[in-house]
Design a protein around this ligand. Sequence first.
Ligand code: ADP
Ligand code: MG
Length: 634
Amino acid sequence: MNAIRLKAAALLVLVLVSFLAALPGIGHAKSAEAAESQASTISGWEIQWIGEDAPIEQSPSLTEPWHASNAKDPLIAIPEGSRGAWVHLTIPPTSDWSVPGLLIKQIYGLDLSVYENSRLIYHSERDFSFDRNVLLFALEKSSQPEDLYIRIESLDRAGPVRAAQIGEFNQLSESFTRGELPSILLGAAIAFLALLMLLISGYLDAQQRRAWITLSLIALTSSVLILTYSTLTFVIFKDFGSLLLFLFDSSMLVFFPALHFYVASVFDEIKPFYLKFGKWFAGYSAFCFVILILNEWMGDSFFFYYKLFTFWLLAPMILIHLVLVVSQSIAHSFRGNRDSLIVSLGLLSLAVAGIMDLMMIYTSETVPVFYRWKFGIVLLILALVIVLARKISSGHHKLIAYSRELELHNHQLQRTEKLKFVSELAASVAHEVRNPLQVTRGFLQLISSTSDQKNRDHFSMAINELDRASLIISDFLTFAKPELDTIAELNIHEELTIVETIMSPLAAINGAVFRMKVPENLLILGNPSKFKQAFMNLLKNSIEALNEDGIIEVEAAVENEKVLIRISDNGEGMDEEQIVRLGEPYYSTKSKGTGLGLMVTFRIIEVMKGTLEFRSVKGKGTEAFIRFPLVKAD
Ligand code: ADP
Ligand code: MG
């Protein structure tokens, strides 16, 4: 869980950093300000409306009235019966700059012509109905104030909404580009992400693919929205203006139905009203699409209907839609898991940002430029990326856990196979071999007593080896016939004390200390000699694993109706591969080991209805946990 959180946090930081990196405006803010401080601003001007049937002239009418306008409260709504406006600006002396220029970052109008002393110095035209425009051109140097007249032809809005800046032409154009660049980069980044997501969708199953493709559509359309909302795009791709506008409008018509579909698919408890509204909304979007195409086809004469359906009627519907998304998100963030909480928050930030933007239509006097929705989109995509990363990482963990389980299972299977074979072999051979061994041992002892010292040493070695062989055989026999001949109530404390006494000499030789902490009242069912054999094997292994200052702890306690015995040592420890192989016949890492001790121990504990588990850290030590059913704790 923590690892996932860490990864998500790292991802968040990464995305945030790249987002900030995409805002070069921040880094350059100082120099841009410096450039602008040298520039002078003109925040007041005059407007004269151009009548619908007035001829196209080079200069404003001498009889029509002028209306004062300014950047704070600009006059832009073209009155009935007019088709554009003249704007009159007074330019201060410009001899301070090597190439003076003028920049109006935001001006409404389709065709713009600028006259200085009745001479045309700048002209731009648009054959599409996107009226948010920029004005940027070089001026002639002059040592006294000059009058500048801008003729604007437009549909329903005309005139500047931001102060005009006069300054060094190069710096002005740089500052305009820099201001728009973050949006372009952001849009491009999201477009790239969307395409990647579409590519990935090929790897998903049908059910996931639908939500995923919806998501890609959301990302793709939002990138188009961001890119085509910037005036810089229209400046760069001057000739494709009507296409850009069409892309913007149709992206908006896809974006909201896709958002609706996505919300309906991620949240499981959806109000029927929301679903109904969604259907209705999708239908209306399709209708608007037809309007778009008609507008393309019929041109400006259709503009009124275009604007009515795709803006004035669409905006309140989008508002209602976003309010519904907010309510669904809030309702949902109280239920559901963490993933849906994250998605809820992302949707919430998009919806709130969108609502705040749209509210500006109704609250501000002038038609505003929306910008908050871009942050909303970034936050939504961020949330989706986090959820995706969480899904991937949890899938990865599951895969690892599964493959581990598979490996363990495989080992167990192998062990059972081997055990079966060994036990059959053991049963047939062990019994036959033990008797001759005993007889041989007896004779060897007899002869040894009559021999000289040198031979006696040899005989004693031979006898020792015979003892070892017979021990192995008894291990085999225990294994082959683990049935408990006599079952009795065993007092754990008594039994373990005896085992400790037996093993103490071996421990002392190896410099080890036993620490016993076993309550006196724990009883289990079992065979005393098999019990002792099992624990002797375990303690022997611990002793053999020890280095200097070895400590072996033996503790017992009651846990969930079971007796839990824990044997721990601070010896050489084992890695996971070793632990998995414990109990496998002949598995030993010791030069003189048989690899039968634990095989027998496992078998004995199993027959006594107990379990044996190991936990170990290489270089630190090993813990063995043995659990038996508890009989009584007086
Ligand atoms: P043997 O003791 O003859 O090697 P066992 O079946 O008793 O055979 O043990 C198998 C192997 O398990 C040992 O060789 C050793 O590598 C490992 N082992 C068992 N217990 C421990 C322990 N307490 N500490 C470290 N390794 C152990
Ligand atoms: Mg052993």
